[in-house]
Design a binder for this molecule. Sequence first.
Ligand code: GAR
Length: 210
Amino acid sequence: PLRVAVLISGSGSNLQALIDAQRAGRLSAEIAVVISNRSDAYGLERARRALIPTQVLSHRGFPSREAYDAELAALLDRHAPGLVTLAGFMRILTPELVARWQGRMLNIHPSLLPKYRGLHTHERALAAGEPIHGATVHFVTPELDDGPAIVQAQVPVHPDDDAERLAARVLTQEHRIYPLAVRWIAEGRLALGDDGLAYLDDEPLAQPVV
Ligand code: GAR
């Protein structure tokens, strides 16, 4: 099966969704390693409980982003994944690392891209009075939160929402769509074309699957 590396920085609830999907036979892939840049990430505990190898590569003490990413690239190579999934990995990657994993690296972002790239997406969606918010799985390209979208989930924004309530509603949907995208890759149904478009079942995705 496809070997998947999952990169995390925190709670790892998306990692848990991938673990649960693998267990249920819904991933068609094997989580080969979980890598965190933070030793206190709760997701490491989730991985250990699932008997998945873990690696901590702290960003502390590296002189530059390039130096960190070179080490991260070497670590990834040692585990030889066919797919790298960013699951709440809160670091910007260098273009060199991204290029190396072109078409084989996915990210999940808590907004309906191209809206609200970057941080504090829930706060910004609330401040803008958006009626609908959500999450997007996309191929990673050198521009931050900019690669071709694969699948999106929409949720309503309620009048009494705060960022925390909205984030929880979005997260529930993230847990549904991330395993789906990984499965499509594992089954050979999803790929990044040379034209920069995402292809599902040999059809270019003009819009993400909703
Ligand atoms: C998720 O909402 C994910 O979309 C977001 O961080 C959260 C991680 O939660 N990612 C980003 O903001 C990437 N810039 P988790 O650790 O429970 O999966």
